[in-house]
Design a protein around this ligand. Structure first.
Ligand code: ATP
Ligand code: NCN
Length: 212
């Protein structure tokens, strides 16, 4: 009998994807002994406004992953289920779908930065999340997670909460959009995959101040 798959579920607006997203997924893959990470592009991020169209964010995530280090690339994929569903994107719906897809024994780990962990009680039907997945919190630079249990991995397919270490990267998509809108390309060049930067240029994204 083969072991249950261990799947990291990493959702984000990814507007645009940047090196911290790649670093978080890479750290999770290693530290949580995952078989793979799904980058779930948020179809309709109801708590944000003025975001780029979902198909553009999906394409940027695909381009970012294609240029990610091989250690991650070989164990990761971009998940589009939230683009194929109408209405606001609720993680509870996404996890329910993935639970149906991968079965009751699959170990699902919802990967989130510590800022989103603090925001979790505002999520739609957040009380349903522990029945669907473990929650694994990466320490985000400047926004440490509240005290969480020891770093030992929780048992079973869902229900635990754990933190994991990732390199501290003080960076946000908001800051990158602002830098791009200001024409400060050199400061973003090391933070965004070259193919994503090309896509941003080609589609003239983040040119106006409204994206700050
Ligand atoms: N620098 C970072 N370090 C750790 N986690 C991060 C970092 N940036 C984003 N994340 C995490 O990645 C996930 C997706 O984030 P998101 O796509 O919203 O990026 P963002 O940089 O936070 O964007 P924005 O500035 O537009 O809110 C969230 O769980 C978030 O906490
Ligand atoms: O389910 C919700 O109500 C909910 C509310 C806010 C954020 N989320 C999810 O949290 C993930 C990170 O969101 P963000 O805004 O930091 O990109 C992404 O997958 C969102 O869909 C989910």
């Amino acid at each position: 009998m083969s072991a249950a798959p261990r799947i990291g579920v990493f959702g984000g607006t990814f507007d645009p994807p940047h090196v911290a997203h790649i670093a978080l997924a890479t750290a999770a893959l290693e530290r949580l002994a995952l078989d793979r990470v799904l980058f779930v592009v948020s179809g309709s991020p109801w708590q944000k406004s003025g975001v780029s169209p979902a198909p553009q964010r999906l394409r940027m995530m695909e381009l970012a992953l294609a240029q990610a280090p091989a250690a991650l690339r070989g164990h990761a994929e971009v998940e589009r289920c939230e683009l194929d569903r109408a209405g606001p994107s609720y993680t509870a719906d996404t996890l329910a779908l993935l639970r149906r897809r991968y079965g009751p024994d699959a170990v699902l780990m919802l990967l989130i930065g510590s800022d989103q962990f603090r925001n979790l009680p505002s999520w739609h039907r957040y009380d349903e999340l522990p029945a669907l997945a473990h929650i694994a919190v990466a320490d985000r630079a400047g926004m440490p997670a509240p005290n969480l249990p020891p770093r030992a991995l929780p048992e079973g397919p869902a229900g635990g909460t754990v933190s994991f270490e990732m390199p501290s990267i003080d960076l946000s998509a908001t800051g990158l959009r602002a830098a791009l809108a200001a024409g400060d390309r050199p400061s973003v060049a090391a933070m965004i995959a070259p193919a994503v930067l090309d896509y941003i240029d080609e589609h003239q994204l983040y040119r106006s101040q409204e994206f700050r």
